[in-house]
Design a protein around this ligand. Structure first.
Ligand code: NAD
Length: 499
């Protein structure tokens, strides 16, 4: 495996000129090509607020080329031996880890997240996604059913060409979380990363080439959601759409894909509750709550943004939480001491600052944060927001109902378990919930009754890739992870033999 060659990245932490311009191209039929129209979009580095390079502004014609390449590659890719498919996916995983430093730097420059986060979370997990599904495909099995008169077996066959569309918050992590099972199940892919963070997906194309992935098996088209993303969803030959992103875009995709009878997996927004009871392991809870509130600048769909604390613990928690958050350093992504970096874009910065202003108007008291931060040059034009804690809001207000997806949390007290449950379930979202208690009965009561696809008890974001992942209510439809993903990317057929 050769290392990624095209990428000439960042010099030093303090270096003024952080990056050479990156001309990102589509990866279609094993080749790097511009959009057929020649149009490009600017790719901005949010930590310095200036261009990092360009990406193709692709359209229907590029999706069609990607689809034709995938269609042509499908018969051979779906027929190769499981061992061969495993070896190629494993080689992609190895290639990602061999390029850890460059990919981590690219991810941080593209998204504003700290280099520590990219190096320890995003990129290792991207490699693990391929490793996990490389082995999964070797063990994927299906059912058989016997009666005295018959024997039936279940065939799970690849769908053909599938579409994978991913967001900007965990760029390579979530892109590979879709692509790896799709390829493992024998499909060919037309993938689209977020236009806000396209760089590591582009580099993945090089890694796939070097790992021996046959041309056309994975095609990556870059560009805008309503343009190239929608072209993927509308394409009649693309059999399924695996989408992660906002509830708004998920609804648009469902609207198009429904009448076409396409399989869809929709992983959407969240407004996750974090329930803290007085009988919890306090230190562990506090450490984890700081992380679950502000990791990746609060831009993780699983972050707990509504924190509910049992009344007798509330004042202690409030003081300690504010103290701990005040100690967190916000800095440019390459600062090894940074706990928070820049938010992903100017547009997102404006949205989050607007949400903080709304919270003020709704009567919220800002306990800490609530403002933008400026950094020394060359980061002075980047988009940084102080981690923000707000109290004094009711559960019905927009701040507690709408997804902010930034470094902003609200805190509120409760008296009883029933009240805590009602508060937790009071939004349209239902992705994840966290419960801090050492009372087993209470933990089980909440696990059963919380309206969420994922419940964490005395932990947060501890992921076993075999477990089902996804949300209820407006947080999505379908599950990813383990066999759920392998099943999504296959068509189920029953075959019955009479005996
Ligand atoms: P987004 O919906 O704006 O975009 C996500 C992706 O969809 C991008 O690639 C975008 O180009 C594309 N897209 C946008 N509109 C489209 C359309 N009409 N048709 C086809 N494709 C379209 O979301 P975002 O701002 O990139 O990401 C943040 C959102 O993602 C938040 O709501 C967050 O909660 C959610 N998210 C959910 C999960 C999860 O697992 N449930 C994980 C991460 C992020």
């Amino acid at each position: 495996m050769r290392p990624v060659s095209r990428l000439i990245l960042f010099r030093t932490f303090a270096g003024a000129n952080l990056v050479s311009m990156q001309i990102i191209q589509n990866y279609i039929n094993g080749k790097f090509v511009p959009a057929q129209s020649g149009a490009t979009l600017e790719n901005i580095n949010p930590s310095i607020g200036s261009p990092l390079g360009t990406l193709p502004d692709s359209d229907n014609a590029d999706v069609e080329a990607a689809y034709q390449a995938a269609k042509a590659a499908f018969p051979a890719w779906s027929a190769i031996s499981l061992e061969e498919r495993h070896d190629i996916l494993r080689a992609i995983s190895d290639g990602i880890m061999q390029n850890l430093d460059k990919l981590a730097e690219a991810e941080s420059m593209d998204s504003g997240k700290t280099l520590t986060t990219s190096r320890t979370i995003d990129i290792p997990r991207s490699a693990l996604n391929f490793k996990f599904f490389a082995t999964a495909l070797m063990h994927f099995a299906s059912e058989s059913h016997h009666t005295p008169e018959s024997i039936s077996y279940t065939l799970r066959q690849p769908l053909g060409v599938v579409g994978c569309i991913s967001p900007w918050n965990l760029p390579l992590y979530l892109f590979t979380w879709k692509i790896a099972p799709a390829l493992a199940a024998g499909n060919c892919v037309v993938g689209k990363p977020s236009e806000v963070t396209p760089l590591t997906a582009y580099l993945l194309g090089e890694i796939c080439q070097a790992a021996g992935l046959p041309a056309g098996v994975l095609n990556i088209v870059h560009g805008l959601g309503p343009k190239v993303g929608e072209a993927i969803v509308k394409h009649p030959g693309i059999k399924a759409i695996s989408f992660t992103g906002s509830t708004r875009a998920g609804a648009e995709i469902a609207h198009i894909a429904g009448p076409m009878f396409k399989k869809t997996s929709l992983e959407l927004g969240g407004k996750n509750p974090n329930l803290i009871f007085a009988d919890c392991d306090y230190d562990k809870m506090l450490d984890t709550t700081v992380r679950s509130s502000f990791n990746n600048q609060g831009q993780i769909c699983l972050c707990g943004s509504r924190i509910y604390v049992e009344k007798r613990l509330y004042s202690r928690f409030k003081k300690d939480f504010v103290d701990r958050v005040n100690q967190m350093k916000v800095s440019h992504p390459l600062d090894p001491e940074a706990r928070l970096g820049a938010v992903v874009s100017k547009m997102h910065f404006d949205k989050v600052m607007g949400c903080i202003e709304l919270a003020r108007q709704e009567g919220g008291q800002i306990l800490t944060g609530g403002h933008a931060l400026s950094m020394p040059s060359p980061y002075d034009k980047g988009w940084y927001i102080a981690p923000t804690i707000i109290e004094g809001l009711t559960e019905e207000c927009r701040t507690n109902q709408e997804e902010i997806f930034g470094p902003v949390v609200t805190i509120q007290s409760f008296d009883t378990d029933e009240e805590a449950l009602a508060l937790a379930n009071c939004t349209n979202y239902g992705l994840s919930a966290t419960v801090w208690t050492n009372n087993l009965e209470r933990a089980n009561y909440f696990s059963r009754n919380l309206q969420a696809g994922i419940v964490w008890v005395n932990t947060w974001m501890l992921r076993d890739l075999r477990t089902p992942f996804g949300g209820v209510k407006h947080s999505g439809v379908g599950r990813e992870g383990g066999w759920e993903a392998m099943r999504f990317f296959t068509e189920t057929k029953n075959v019955t033999f009479g005996l």
